[in-house]
Design a binder for this molecule. Structure first.
Ligand code: BGC
Length: 677
């Protein structure tokens, strides 16, 4: 008989489970298929902020429970490091950084006693009004897939099981419990699933099913998504757990659909209900065995590995982790406008600086729902600037509620910084009982904020708008009236310190937008936060703008720097199973800076309906003044394929393709070259 011990091989684990399943009663098997906590406990804990939530495990067979905690802004249990939201991190385009954030999250999860991290949120941003936009990384399947994979790598290094969620097509918040999302096969395969596949290929241990329906079936019951695609075609060996507020609707639907674990407690996966369904022949014992095996296998795979370090409480929110939060905030901010190079500010030339806006000096780190990492102290913009400047410059702050007073202050100051945008009331997970979150009705700023910007800008030409939010904010009403705009996101516990360093030029901003900002919301796909049913089309974001030749206010992949980069000598090579793009990037400005080099593949010659171009590679580099780097990005040929619904397979067209490389998705920012495979 095999004993559970550290360092078990996969084969030994399967043999142990064979033995266990032979011995287990039906009730013991069913115990593997549920969380153990009551929902009222979860609500009382205000989400999952106080403790981990356990499930499965077996004392008799020595199998540990899973211990769930949430994210993605960090670990949601009190005291943890609060990072910039995922959307901000997506704007860093820095996968190494995301993996290091994953490392911190993995460590802090373990230090809190957890081993299952529910924070790899990779739903696609189809429309910026989506309330939980901040929890994902952007609008592009390739970008979010790479980020989800990086976070997974980091977290799982610490023997924590990662969860990719919410599978699938979850991108309307208020309607999430009921909406039926319709889409054709190509849209499903090419737009809404590739990022999940990417995380599974990275070894992501578990999946959380979404609340919504896809093609008429709840995702937790969706045998096509769960059994056929995830477990069948992709060969996923881990377990699927439900989302928490009735993510399972009935016993037979869940079990036959391929949902292994009901969370956070059993409502439909109770022993008696499962037994009845079995007796009536509506489910089979094989289904129960498979679910129990998946859960035990995954837990044992992770809990029997040797740890490479100790996970003491001193790790939680430690200095080293805060440093990474600071780096993430610095790397994620996107400079959207900088006329006359008004930024960076020269602290030796300013005597008086005014800072306005309702978010100038309040804690505003994002949503109050399940992603809420509650921290007591954060570096607000005002605190960050004061911390940076000390007493060297007079700082006047005002919440800006009174625009007349704001004008008076602005008149006296050399520079005005206005911090406006959104908070957890405007966007976030929608929890009716707590009256929080939901989708946005309007993509612009609140009227009061616009009034404030216009008032201040009319008196002070050195006016910098700092935007707080988790998704696209339209700016047409006021953007021409101010010289500088910086997208600062919900920037985490160190956000204000990062902002100050950027405003005064210690850090050169290098973030790029992970979504398209429209001039007019009418250019976006149809969105209805109360929809019972909605059709998701093949195009959204930059692929829709490209196809319809709409001009965005600011394109996907766009962001300015305090320096300038020039691109030259684009070349393409097709070798074995890959396409390789190379290009010279030179820093032609006066300061060092980071640039995000992007690679797109164009399908203009396609025989079928395909996007004009798609992101297929990127890298973030640093260049000193005058330095040139030859950048090489490889694209596996298989990443050029499309899903043919007739043959039910991925196919590669034999056509002339275009390879684009440059600094944003805008055609003027890219060099291009043709190639054949
Ligand atoms: C959210 C999930 C979260 C879960 C547990 C749900 O309502 O949709 O994202 O993981 O709660 O906190």
């Amino acid at each position: 008989m095999i004993e559970i011990k550290k360092g078990m091989t996969k084969k030994e684990i399967e043999e142990y489970i064979d033995h266990v399943l032979n011995q287990m009663s039906l009730e013991e098997k069913v115990n593997q298929m549920k969380g153990k906590r009551f929902l009222f406990k979860v609500i009382e804990d205000r989400g999952v902020g106080k403790r981990t939530y356990d499930g499965a495990g077996s004392k008799r067979f020595n199998i540990p429970s899973f211990e769930f905690t949430d994210g993605p802004r960090g670990v949601v249990i009190q005291g943890s490091t609060c990072f910039p939201v995922s959307m901000a991190r997506g704007a860093s385009w820095d996968l190494d950084l995301e993996e290091r954030i994953g490392n911190v999250i993995g460590r802090e999860t373990r230090a809190h006693g957890g081993n299952l991290y529910g924070g790899v949120c990779i739903n696609l941003l189809r429309h910026p009004a989506w309330g939980r936009a901040q929890e994902t990384y952007g609008e592009d399947p390739f970008l979010i897939g790479e980020f989800g994979a990086a976070l997974t790598r980091g977290v799982q290094k610490h023997n924590v099981m990662a969860t990719a969620k919410h599978y699938a097509a979850n991108s309307i918040e208020k309607a999430r419990f009921k909406v039926n999302v319709k889409m054709d096969e190509r849209t499903l395969r090419e737009v809404y699933l590739p990022h999940f596949k990417r995380c599974i290929d990275e070894g992501c241990a578990t999946i959380m099913s979404a609340y919504n329906k896809v093609r008429g079936k709840y995702c937790g019951h969706n045998d096509y998504l769960l059994r056929k695609i995830l477990k069948g075609e992709w060969g996923f060996k881990g377990f699927v757990h439900s989302d928490w507020m009735d993510g399972v609707k009935d016993t037979v639907g869940g079990v036959t659909g391929g949902l292994d674990v009901e969370m956070p407690r059993a409502k439909y996966y109770k022993y008696k209900k499962i037994k009845r369904a079995l007796d009536q022949g509506e489910i089979t014992e094989d289904m129960i065995n498979d679910a129990a095996r998946r859960v035990m296998r995954t837990i044992l795979n992770y809990t029997t590995r040797e740890d490479t370090q100790k996970y003491g409480q001193d790790l939680i929110g430690c200095k080293e982790h805060y440093k990474i939060a600071l780096e993430a905030a610095e790397k994620s901010m996107v400079l959207i406008k900088n006329d006359n190079k008004i930024l960076p500010l020269d602290k030796n030339k300013i005597k008086k600086l005014a800072i306005f806006g309702k978010y100038a000096n309040v804690k505003n780190v994002g949503d109050y729902g399940s992603s809420n990492v509650s921290v007591k102290e954060v570096s607000t913009p005002l605190k960050g600037i004061k911390n940076y400047l000390g007493d060297s410059i007079e700082i006047i702050s005002s919440n800006g509620k009174d625009p007349v007073r704001a004008k008076e202050i602005a008149k006296e100051a050399e520079v005005s910084v206005i911090v406006v945008g959104l908070n957890w009331r405007d966007e976030g997970e929608y929890i009716k009982e707590l009256r929080i979150g939901g989708d946005r009705d309007n993509l612009s700023l609140h009227d009061k904020d616009i009034e404030l910007i216009k008032a201040v800008a009319s008196e002070n030409e050195n006016c910098i708008v700092v935007l707080i939010g988790g998704s696209a904010i339209t700016m047409e009403e006021w953007k021409e009236q101010v010289p500088a705009i910086l997208m600062a996101w919900y920037s985490g516990v160190e956000g204000g310190n990062a902002l100050a360093k950027i405003l005064f030029g210690d850090v050169n901003p290098g973030g790029k937008l992970p979504f398209t900002i429209p001039k007019d919301p009418k250019d976006l796909p149809y969105f209805d936060k109360n929809a019972e049913e909605i059709e998701y089309g093949y195009y959204h974001g930059y692929t829709l703008f490209d196809k319809n030749r709409y001009e965005p206010a600011f394109p996907f992949g766009f962001g300015l720097s305090y320096t300038t980069f020039s691109y030259s000598d684009l070349q393409v090579e097709v070798k074995d199973d890959k396409v390789i793009g190379t290009i010279d990037v030179k820093n032609i400005g006066k300061v060092a800076g980071d640039e995000v080099v992007q690679l797109y593949i164009g399908f203009e010659q396609s025989q079928i309906d395909r996007p004009v171009k798609l992101l297929k590679g990127f890298t973030r580099i640093n260049l000193k003044p005058n330095e040139t780097k030859n950048i090489k990005i490889e694209v596996p040929k298989k990443n050029l394929s499309w899903y043919n619904p007739e043959s039910k397979s991925w196919e590669i067209e034999q056509i002339e393709y275009t390879l684009y490389m440059g600094g944003s998705s805008r055609i003027d920012d890219l060099l291009s070259i043709q190639f054949h495979l």
